[in-house]
Design a protein around this ligand. Structure first.
Ligand SMILES: [Fe+2]
Length: 200
């Protein structure tokens, strides 16, 4: 039996390593020194087990972090963030996230938010926006990222993409699923809202 706390510790150490070795992440937000593990109940959603079963066998820079997060998946507080009315049933079966670091996360801090997002294959995360400035970092898989007034691009492992405050953005997967870190800074009060925006 693996001890739960030790998985959280391993995950946070590995993310810290990633931070100190990646300027895009460390320039976006400084690694908080005040992190402490809080007691939050776990909650499962449809994608929890999909992530538990998704293991990587390659030896690239993100495979260790991927496999640790996959092992952590059953122990975290998964959320969906949206109502069925806003995004539809199909999307909610294929999407989930958990706040690993943040004001209400497993590791508490008021200085940043770090969410782990999972989006299954053949899924469109509709256009949405929020007050917080945001940086996506792809751990595994790939997806098309679109944002208002910017070129769309396919992002893969280690790629990043920045979204300004209230800039509408959307994410679409085809054959592959995608696992990302989503990092928020400055504002957390206004959560993500679906917006009526079309990229043409
Ligand atoms: Fe976002």
């Amino acid at each position: 039996m693996i001890e739960k706390k030790s998985i959280f510790d391993e995950v946070i150490n590995e993310i810290h390593n990633l931070w100190v070795n990646n300027l895009e992440l460390s320039n976006f937000v400084k690694w908080p020194k005040d992190l402490c593990l809080s007691k939050i109940k776990s909650n499962k959603v449809e994608v929890t087990n999909k992530l538990s079963k998704w293991k990587r066998k390659d030896h690239s820079s993100t495979s260790k972090i991927h496999n640790l997060i996959s092992t952590l998946s059953p122990y975290v507080n998964w959320e969906k963030g949206y109502d069925e009315k806003e995004v539809g049933k199909k999307f909610l079966k294929k999407y989930g996230f958990f706040e690993l670091i943040g004001p209400t996360g497993h590791f508490l801090t008021s200085k940043m938010g770090l969410y782990v997002n999972f989006l299954d294959s053949d899924t469109c995360y509709p256009w949405h926006n929020h007050e917080a400035e945001e940086l996506y970092f792809v751990i595994s898989g790939e997806a098309k990222f679109e944002s208002k007034n910017e070129k769309s691009e396919i992002l893969k492992s280690t790629n990043t993409r920045f979204h300004k405050s209230y800039q509408p953005h959307s994410i679409t997967t085809t054959n592959e699923k995608i696992l990302t870190f989503v990092i928020w800074k400055n504002k957390y009060e206004n959560i993500s809202k679906i917006v009526n925006y079309k990229n043409f």
